[in-house]
Design a protein around this ligand. Sequence first.
Ligand code: BGC
Length: 243
Amino acid sequence: MNILGIDIGGSALKGAPVNTKTGKLLAKRHRISTPDALSPKAMAAAIKELAAHFEWKGPIGIGFPGVVHDNVIRTSANLHKDFIDLDAGKLFGKVTGMPVSLVNDADAAGAAEVAFGAGKGRKGAVLLLTFGTGVGSALFLDGKLYPNSEFGHLKMKGRSAEHFVSAAAKERKDLSYKKWGHLVSDYLNQLEEVLWPDLIIVGGGISADHKKWFKHLKLRTLIMPAAFLNEAGIVGAALSAAK
Ligand code: BGC
C-alpha cells in the first residue's frame, strides 16, 4: 500500500510517499519550512501544499508532536496551542480531500524502527527517544506499542526534561556534546530506573552525531542510533496510517 507520510516538526513539515510493505520512500522527501508557529488552518494549507507537490491522491498519515487520541490532538507543547482538542483528522481531511489519520510523531518514528530499523525483531521492552525541538518517546513491548508515552515531560529540576535535554536545548544553551551528554545521561538513568528497558533507540537529527555523545553516557542499557535517522517519522506516519 502507498501512503503519503508526513512528519510535522517544530520548524518544518516533511513528507514523501511511502511503500508501507517495504518502508521505502517512493520519491525524494519534500520539506516546507514553518518558522512561525502555524495555526491549524495554516498547517492544513501547508499539508495541502505538500500533497500537491506529489500530486497525491490517496491516504495520508501524519505524525504530530503531541498526544493524539483517535485523530484528536490532546497536547501541543511546542506548536500552536489551538491544536489542543482539535479533530485534526477531520480538518486536514476536509482541506486535502483525502482520508487523513494522525499519530504521535515519536510513536510514528518508533513504528518505523520496530518494523524495519534498529528495533526489528527485538523482543522485550524497547524505548525509542527522539531528540529534536522536544523529546519524544515510544515504548514497545515485544514489538507492540504502548501509545502516547510522554517521557520528554518527565520532570528535571521542576520542569519538563525536554527543556534541558532536547537538541534544541543544547543549541539554545550552546552546550558541548560532553556537557549535554552528561545531562542526557542523568535523564536516561531515570528512565532506566523506572522502566528497565532492554534497548534504547535514539532518533532525531542529533542521532547522526551519536559518535560524539554516546561516549559520555553511563548506562546499563544497550543504546543504538535509529536506522532511519531523519526519515523514521515520515515512514512511521505512513505505516501507522496503514494500520
Ligand atoms: C511532545 C511529544 C512529542 C515530542 C517530540 C514533546 O514536546 O509532548 O508528544 O513526541 O515533543 O516532538
